[in-house]
Every structure is written in C-alpha cells, then in structure tokens.
Design a protein around this ligand. Structure first.
Ligand code: GA4
Length: 370
C-alpha cells in the first residue's frame, strides 16, 4: 500500500470536525445501466435522493486504477513540488482551501477543465518524468465518464418522455461544455479521531452547481449524502461503480402549494436559449408529506469526511453546459398565465454567482422569482 503524506494536526485548526455516523446506509439506489427498467429507476432515484449508484457502466476497472495510481503518485510528491502546480483557480493544485471565499477542508486536490486545451503547461511541468502518461489517463477517463453521464441523461429523457433524447446530454458533449474534473485526496487523520472521536470534514456540505456529477473513489468511506428529512447517511464505498449526483442546474424546480395540489416544475435547459419546463401536479394530502414531495428531482446535498485510518482518493466529473446556455423555462410549456418561477439566467451568470458563494449556501434561492 502506498502511504501518502499526512499533514500535521496543527494544520487542521480551522477545519470543521464531525462525529462519524456509525453504519453505512444500505438504501442507495443501484442502477444497472443495461437493465430494461433503468430509465424508470433513475428518474425515481433523482426524485427521491438526487443520488444513485451506477453499475454495468462499461468503463474498465484498469482505466480507473491507472488514473488512481497517477493521482496517488502526484499526491505523494513533496509539498513544494505539488505547490508548483497551484493555485487551483482556475485550474491546478489546491490544498485545504476550497473556492475563494474562505472555505477550508481536510483535502488536497487537482482541478481541471475537461477541455484538453487547458490541460497543458502547468500539468506537464508537474510530471516531469512522464507527463503524457498522466495526461492520457485523465483524457481517456474523462471521455469514458462523460459517456456514462450522457447515457444516464438520455435515460432520464426517456423516463420523462423528453424529446429528442439527447436534449440534455448534448450540452455535455458540446465542445464548449463548461465541465470540470477533479482528483481529490483526503489524508487520514488518526490522531484527531483518537483524541476526540471526531473526523475532519474533508469537503463541507454543498450541492454541485452543474447538471450532473459522477464520483468514483477508492474503497474508503467518507462520502455522505443528506436525505429528504435532513439526516446524513454514509455511502458504502465501491471502487468499481460510479455515484451520480443531480446538480443544481438539473434540479431547477420550485414547490408551491395550490389548494389541493402541490405544483412542481422541472426546467431543463435546451440549446439556443430554450428550456423545457415540465409541470408536475401532485395531490396534496396533509397527512402524507411524502406524496406531496414525490416526483421531483433533488440537487443532493453531500459532504466528505476524512477517514480516520485510510486515505480517500476520488475522481469526479462535473458535467456543465456551455457558458452561454440559458437556463430558463420554455414559455410554450407553461400553463396559461403562469409566471416563470426563476429569473432568466445563463450558466455563466449562475456559475459567477456560485463562485461568489460559500460552499454550503443555497445557491438557487436568489434566482427564484417568488
Ligand atoms: C462544488 C462542486 C465542484 O467541486 C466545484 C466546486 C468549486 C471549487 O471547488 O472551486 C466551488 C463549489 C463547487 C461551489 C461553490 C464555490 C465553487 C467552491 C465554492 C465555494 C469545482 C464547482 O464547480 O462548484
């Protein structure tokens, strides 16, 4: 086993800690991408959890292992060498600081654009020996994981009867797609666990601003999601699967009660500034809150706690639309007289505002019309 460097306990004074929740949650939906009912199960999982695990995805384990090995090699370098690949903004190496508004975590990471043009000089200089090995593993992996997320988005389109079925996926396939990739290393922190029984927060609670993200990690725990009732649960690790998060841009919905009905809208961005809005109406039963909240996609709140003993290494693809894409309801699909629930904005405007926010903020709130 490769032992990655362990930052000292003093470094962690600003970083939040959290009591680990004992058992692993067994209720995460598992979607077999090749199964005939995948589209139905994915839509259900997006509504109930905004999160699910994908198996039978066709990405070979060797590619994942190769990229993980490259990541481990990088994170094992002496600190000054890693620092040369920083700062993380817009792309590069980051250590403990997340974003630029004061968030910190027990993490070091590499942030990339998925556009190969951006993986250039800085990254070549990080891997003096064989930069092309690292670069080709990153590019190959991004191509494959994007394929998986696009398949998932097409199954969602099928499940919701949206046509054409590549309406969402083509936003990620667009050469101008503003998608990211990150490699994360969460060092273990046994001293803190021994002293306080608490774990360091590696990446604080947040939602992803993009359309959809796919996480692959080594077999180390740490990822937690928040359920509808606000309970945090730990996701059992599985290095051969992808964990999919619904992001803010796909959520884009609002809930208002109209008499006996709760109305919810799902707005999906389309090309050329159009957006499709699906209005869902559910009977509102006072005695059954779950009926009222059924049938909606959730942008899942999630966080990562550092493991007390094992390093966690994860690789995440964040699928976003082109910057100029308008994310707004499509007027023809609105009910007569119905106002758009969101102010009109482009992905660039949303991203700009997201990057001014703190990690845990509710970023969609300020874009609501009501
Ligand atoms: C969360 C999802 C992705 O990791 C990320 C993050 C970004 C960053 O690390 O720079 C942000 C965060 C993320 C949302 C709010 C802002 C921006 C840190 C932060 C405080 C790369 C992204 O796109 O948004």
């Amino acid at each position: 086993m490769v032992v990655l460097s362990q930052p000292t306990l003093e470094d962690s004074s600003l970083i939040m800690t959290c009591k680990p929740c004992g058992s692993l949650f067994t209720g995460i939906p598992v979607i077999d991408l090749s199964a005939p009912d995948a589209k139905t199960l994915i839509v259900e999982a997006c509504q109930e959890f905004g999160f699910f695990k994908v198996v039978n995805h066709g990405v070979c384990p060797e590619l994942m292992a190769r990229l993980e090995a490259e990541a481990v090699k990088f994170f094992s370098l002496p600190q000054p060498e890693k620092d040369r690949a920083g700062p993380p903004s817009p792309f590069g190496y980051g250590n403990k600081r997340i974003g630029s508004n004061g968030d910190v975590g027990w993490i070091e990471y590499l942030l990339f654009s998925t556009n190969p043009d951006f993986i250039s000089q800085k990254f070549l200089s990080m891997f003096q020996e064989k930069p092309e090995v690292f670069r080709s593993a990153v590019n190959e992996y991004i191509g494959k994981v994007r394929g998986v997320v696009c398949r998932v988005l097409e199954l969602i389109a099928d499940g919701l009867r949206i046509e054409p079925r590549d309406l969402l996926s083509k936003l990620l396939r667009d050469e101008k797609s503003d998608s990211f990739f990150r490699l994360n290393h969460y060092p273990p922190c046994p001293e803190l666990q021994a002293l306080s029984g608490r774990n360091l927060v590696g990446f604080g609670e947040h939602t992803d601003p993009q359309i959809m993200s796919a996480v692959r990690s080594n077999n180390t725990t740490g990822l937690q999601i928040s359920l509808r009732d606000g309970t945090w649960v730990s996701v059992p690790p599985d290095q051969s699967s992808f964990f999919i998060n619904v992001g803010d841009s796909l959520q884009l919905r609002s809930e208002i009660s109209h008499g006996l009905f709760s109305v919810s809208t799902l707005c999906f961005p389309l090309y050329h500034g159009f957006c499709v809005t699906i209005v869902l109406a559910f009977p509102f039963f006072n005695e059954s809150l779950s009926v009222m909240t059924n049938g909606r996609f959730r942008s899942v709140r999630h966080r990562v706690l550092a493991d007390s003993l094992k390093p966690r290494v994860s690789m995440i693809y964040f699928g976003g639309p082109p910057l100029s894409e308008k994310i707004t309801p499509l007027p023809p699909l609105m009910e007569e007289g119905e106002e758009s629930l969101y102010k009109e904005f482009t992905w660039w405007e949303y991203k700009k505002s997201a990057y001014k926010s703190r990690l845990g903020d509710n970023r969609l709130g300020q874009f609501e019309n009501i």
